[in-house]
Design a protein. Sequence first.
Length: 120
Amino acid sequence: MTPSNPPPFTVTVETEDGTVLVRVAGDLDFETCDELMKAVERCLGDRRDAGEEPADLRVDFSGLGSIDSTGLSTLLMIRRLTDLVGVRLHLDERPLALDRLLGITGTLHHPHRAPRRTRR
């Protein structure tokens, strides 16, 4: 029996009309979560530096293979970041395994709350 190789992990970023779309494919785990976090930080930072304020960050999980606790932690860190910059976070095309993980940990609805923008 030959061992199966997991699909490569990829993150792609697209922007359009105030929305940043991040597509995740492969396994989101200890070895790959930094790549997702850096991509999100970079695209939100680049947009702010250009004077553009994205209203929404959509993370598309249609290509997600699996996710572990480190991947979940990364999603919560992304949530904190989007709250800080006043961007709504959406987790799109979630596979059942991700919904189950979010449900078990009590975070299923956490990423979907509308963030409050604070102006001083």
